[in-house]
Design a protein. Sequence first.
Length: 398
Amino acid sequence: MSHFSKTLPLSLLLAVSCLNSCKKEAPPQAPPPSPVTVANPDLREAIVYAEFPATIDADKTIEIRARVRGVMEKQYFTDGQLVKKDEQLFLIEPEPYQQAVDAAEADLSRAKAAQELAQKRYDRLAQALKQNAVSQIETEIAAAELSQAAAGVKQAEAKLENAKLDLSYTKVISPISGRTSRASVSEGNLVGFAEPTLLTTVVDDTRVYVYFEVPERQMIRYFHARSDEDAAKRLKELKIRLKLADGSIYEKTGSIDFVDNQIDPSTRTNKVRAIFPNPKGLLASGLYGLVGVPISPDPDKPKEPKALVVPTESILRDIAGSFVWVVGEGNKVERRGVEPGKILPLDQTEGKKMSVILKGLDASDKVIVAGLQRAREGAVVAPQEAPKPAMEESKEGE
């Protein structure tokens, strides 16, 4: 073996060792900044609601009761039917009451005949008195008999009117337009003997009342302002919303039409009533829901309708409280503690959850709204501006 072949492996070993030492001395390359999406908080008019449990009651609920005694002869409606005002619902046997009317008419005719006779007798005696053909006392007796006959006519007229009224009650009519309940009595049964029998109920729910109670702390502001006619007017002009038991928002808004004049000492609440139109009959008496009363987004600024809003998902929480990640100088991530307010209703945000920020942010801050899992305190990131709709989806109608 030649000297060249013996020294070749040693030369290769030295070269590899030199290369390895050079690689160890080269500094490691830093990973590229993580991409995140940022957006400025949106300063906008925000409508938030204070919600209270509520019960719904129809505008008019009328119990239809028998006002005369007798056999229920006929029912003119089907259970649950819509009826109009003055529409006949039942017929109670009219024959006894028709006979009473006939008898009263006969009594009235007899009373009128007696009055006519008494009038003629008095006229004759009054004429004879002028000729001294009768005594004064006879004339006075005739006058008294005439007065009694006139009173008899009035009494007979009153009895006839009462008999006619009873006869009219045999035709049971609806005093309002509305929807009937199930009939409580079927044809052929006796009604009105022990008490005015309940026959059915008619409900007019073309508009409904919604009753709810407001804690006294939230009513204090109203009590301070109610002497101000403008404040009281604004209260009645508030557009009240109603959330139904299935979570849906009723399509019509209502208005407050009554606030009780005292606090309930047992519950420390104040009774309030709102009225809602119900043209389609979507609301029924007895339903439960949540009344939403629009309030200022910032309780400390009751006259300020605007607030900063951010996507709800950008608000994080830990043991220290709520916070958001913001991108500061040098594209470094900073933890920013915030005080979140209410979540805006989805009907204002096109289905995207947006929350009011009461404290902790300015409109110029760059809030991380996407890539939150890559954010950590002090990390350098590559911020990318979110498309405008990302923050403006909270604007109604946009």
